[in-house]
Design a protein around this ligand. Sequence first.
Ligand code: ATP
Ligand code: MG
Length: 512
Amino acid sequence: MIEPNATLDASPTLAEALNNDAAVTAVADADAVSAPTDAQSPLTTDLTNNVHHQRWQSYLKDCRELIHLVEPLEVAGRIVKVTGLIMVATGIKMPIGGACYIPLQDGGRVEAEVVGFDGENLLLMPQSAVDGVVPGAKVFSMEITETLPKPQFGRPPRRRAQDRARHFPVGDALLGRVVDAAGNPLDNLGPISTEVTAPLSGRVINPLMRAPIEEPMDVGVRAINAMLTVGRGQRLGLFAGSGVGKSVLLGMMARYTTADVIVVGLIGERGREVQEFIEQILGPEGLARSVVVAAPADVSALMRLQGANYATAIAERFRSQGKNVLLIMDSLTRYAMAQREIALAIGEPPATKGYPPSVFAKLPALVERTGNGARGEGSITAFYTVLTEGDDQQDPIADSARAILDGHIVLNRTLAESGHYPAIDIEQSISRAMHNITSKEHQQAARLLKQLYSRYLRNQDLIAVGAYQPGSDPMLDVAIKKRDQINAFLQQDIDESAYMQACLQQLAQTVS
Ligand SMILES: Nc1ncnc2c1ncn2[C@@H]1O[C@H](COP(=O)(O)OP(=O)(O)OP(=O)(O)O)[C@@H](O)[C@H]1O
Ligand SMILES: [Mg+2]
């Protein structure tokens, strides 16, 4: 090996010193080392004849060869305790959110994530059942550790912790596929072959760079298009108890929306429902332009959290390609419950209704990732279902969700029970972006329809017992006359699509 300092230390002439500087600058630029392309350049010509340059080159070449021989040292920790949902590992240093695995004696392995630490010990949350883990089992990090970044131009080394975390497949290869929270196919259609991967946590968008919500988005559902118009990049909550038609409504949107891509995150719902949603509600034509991420109730809390983040990461990738994405997350409440499970297991004290404070920090962190990208990028319009237990709208998750979302659509059990589907309660629902993205006439017509609808509801009992005298309230008279027309307008069958233009015409006819 050549010792470069020997030549550098010999007191150089001014011209040599200048040449040395040039040589050092040139080797810092790895492109110039591997491929001196421009033969005409005087600098290049000088360098090829420069003895210092040649020695440096030779030295760096030796270094490169040596580096290839180095094997990275793999550090392993040990499992010292497993209680309930948490494993404690010692002897390994990893950041919060870092992924690791524990090899099992039967050849399998348990993957886990660092969710906290206590002194020198790491608290790990396994992604699957921990059967087979023995006391003292080894723990290995799964972080991407690049010992030396290769000079690949246009692709900076992974400096951020989030970039060094595990990457999962994203992009077009996922279209039409059903995957689990780790990107493994669940649909028996073979492996997902893609080079395009992304970490689970996206980059935060500067709020000042985000494009505003300016254009309406056609979701294919009449009551929403006309009465609660959704903007491209808006985030809405779908608030409902169980069995009032959330899944059917989301499926209708997925099938009839004009969005380019649909990403569906089925988080913490029953396993049976996943298949039902895909086969019956979404159908083949809906699935063709969708990606479904399923993390049903029986997978670990960590995988349920991961499922929601993964679905968001997939949507973010499509958005960065300029696509308009519809993200459907069923449900946000189950996501919060998964976080509650983890937080309580690592010893966070419960605050509101058993939910520890970290839950209320995780919700906005997830929701803020969606919405419009920077100008010129695409958008993620998102629908999050929020379970209102016993139709209680005051649930802490519902409260918190209502505050962080740009609107909420409430499904009403009474409407569902009377066969009024989709059971959207237009009185209680609101789209906060509607007045920015719709015309004055549209807003007036929608307001009038809402007034007629409410007026009828308020007086329903009077009318039913015959106590109302026609003529005493002109508005109510119109409401009674138009009752059936309004109901027909607000209802929509599962197989019926309703496009924006047609919705607006029908709205105008209904209230005229
Ligand atoms: N637009 C509709 N037209 C006709 N029937 C509907 C419509 N929407 C929902 N339903 C009926 O409501 C039932 C329940 O709907 P769905 O499964 O979507 O409820 P859910 O709120 O998702 O329930 P869960 O809380 O159990 O997930 C459906 O099986 C269907 O019979
Ligand atoms: Mg459902």
